[in-house]
Design a protein around this ligand. Structure first.
Ligand code: GDP
Ligand code: MG
Length: 163
């Protein structure tokens, strides 16, 4: 079976994506999920959760010296639920970063989630892991092993020119 964080560099690569509270409140969940589905990725885990303050502080630990850190963590844990997802597929980590767009929606390209659906960096609607290590760490932080489906995608021959 595929390990929790997936297998980077294969069609079993996995990444963590979540819709932030503002995206859930604004009713953008299906729009955002649909983008990953249509691109050809496979949803292997999904839950609507109100993350604890501790989980969020750990998730954004690398931001702890920044002035907006406390506000960001309070917003993420107190404003409402977050839709946390694990998506699987070849190059899903890098592709998901391209699909969410630049951190500041002001410079996010149209066609990206932030370029289409957000205006301010403090309410930029979505998260995606920024690399192989981040993806592995974050998937294990947000999900338990048994919450992730083992999916063997029947659609793979129509997505990849390889066996
Ligand atoms: P991301 O990986 O594109 O989400 O960006 P970062 O990892 O650099 O930052 C994490 C999150 O911190 C962002 O998605 C924003 O929610 C928040 N953030 C980053 N920079 C700023 C800022 O200058 N102001 C505010 N208010 N929030 C910020
Ligand atoms: Mg980041």
């Amino acid at each position: 079976s595929v390990p929790l964080p997936g297998i980077p560099g294969t069609t079993f690569e996995r990444t963590l994506v979540f819709v932030k509270p503002e995206g859930v409140h604004r009713g953008l969940v299906s729009n955002i999920m649909g983008r990953w589905e249509r691109r050809g990725f496979t949803l292997v885990a999904c839950k609507l959760v109100k993350p604890s303050y501790e989980l969020v502080r750990q998730h954004y630990n690398y931001m702890s010296e920044r002035p907006f850190y406390d506000g960001l963590c309070e917003h993420m844990s107190e404003s409402g639920p977050v839709l946390a997802m694990v998506w699987q597929g070849r190059d899903v980590i890098k592709t998901s970063r391209l699909m969410i767009g630049a951190t500041n929606p002001l410079t996010a390209a149209p066609g990206t989630v932030r370029g289409d659906l957000a205006v301010h960096v403090g309410r930029n609607v979505v998260h995606a892991s920024d690399g192989v290590i981040g993806a592995a760490t974050e998937i294990q932080l947000w999900f338990r092993d048994e919450e992730i489906a083992q999916m063997d995608s029947a659609k793979n021959p129509w997505l990849y020119d390889e066996r």
